[in-house]
Ligand binder design. Structure first.
Ligand code: ZN
Length: 307
């Protein structure tokens, strides 16, 4: 039995069992093909475990890069897989479909920390400090779901990412993936089984509350490409900057998230034509998925089976 009827899974790739290098998180690389296969298997195992515990609705939001990394035919057909990005009401996610709880799978640690492929929103940011602390993505994503009363019950990623999640969201349950020894000798099947069990157990998690930290928020964003990149962004969006740092201030975490999304993904032009820009971006993702399917078919000798 479970405390939650409807759940949302936010799935990323860096902390999934198939991604072992930056190339695995990139778009249309050989390593990305394996990473997507691993990510699908992780999501499938977790979803399966959730249904077994009596969850009635599982919506999976693909939340990595193109947001087209998950192949529905490889995942429990009872899930609803949502690919591509939506403008709102929840940034990127769209409508959270009545979910009562959210599970974060395959995430990574914050920019400027030493986790596996650590970054916040984009690797162009080398460090993101908010009110003096590194800010991981879970803070922004969990907060964006708080107005819907959605509790962040579970998180999976590298050990650094897990401890950041626990520090950010007290009471969240975690299951780590240790990639320090590399993929050789890593038993993905066994790890995935333990992940699914831990995720299913988190359905009893009633101690965690929807995550909505109070403001104000002072963010210092350090750009990997140094001063020119910082100056360009500051000028473009009207922020203050000094050296390679850009300063963003906001009263709420939602406003901070909005500003960071503008900084990382938009230009004033794409912001003005956002529906069209998103449609084009999502089209590119769909084309990538067609390529991915072809690669996986070739790999498995034209059998549309799992590799
Ligand atoms: Zn990602």
């Amino acid at each position: 039995m479970t405390d939650y009827d409807k759940v949302l899974i936010l799935a990323d790739i860096e902390g999934s069992s198939g991604c072992w290098s930056y190339a695995g998180s990139a778009f249309k690389t050989r390593q990305w093909v394996s990473a997507c296969a691993g990510m699908c298997d992780d999501v499938d195992a977790v979803a399966n475990g959730l249904f077994q515990r009596g969850v009635r609705q599982v919506t999976v939001k693909d939340f990595h890069r193109s947001a087209y990394n998950l192949l529905p035919e490889r995942i429990d057909p009872r899930c609803r897989i949502v690919s591509g990005y939506r403008r709102g009401p929840v940034p990127g996610i769209g409508n959270p479909a009545g979910a009562e709880a959210v599970l974060f799978l395959g995430l990574h640690a914050a920019s400027g920390t030493n986790g596996f492929l650590a970054h916040t929103l984009t690797s162009r940011i080398s460090r993101l400090m908010v009110n003096g602390k590194p800010m991981p993505e879970i803070a922004l994503f969990a907060a964006s779901l708080a107005p819907y009363n959605i509790r962040p019950i579970f998180f999976s990623g590298c050990p650094v990412a897990c401890s950041q999640a626990q520090e950010t969201v007290p009471g969240i349950e975690t299951h780590a993936i240790d990639k320090s020894e590399g993929p050789d000798g890593f038993d993905a099947w066994q790890w995935r089984r333990a992940l699914a069990k831990a995720a299913a157990r988190s359905l009893q998690n009633r101690k965690v509350k929807p995550y909505l930290p109070g403001g104000p928020f002072e963010a210092t964003v350090t750009m990997r490409d140094g001063e020119p990149a910082a100056r360009k962004l500051a000028l473009r969006w009207g922020f203050e900057c000094s050296g390679s740092e850009v300063y963003v201030r906001s009263d709420t975490i939602h406003a901070l998230y909005r500003e960071l999304v503008r900084m990382c993904y938009l230009t004033p032009l794409t912001e003005r034509i956002l529906p069209l820009a998103l449609a084009l971006f999502n089209l590119q993702g769909r084309l990538g998925m067609t390529w991915l399917r072809r690669q996986l078919r070739t790999r498995s000798g034209n059998k549309p089976e799992k590799v």
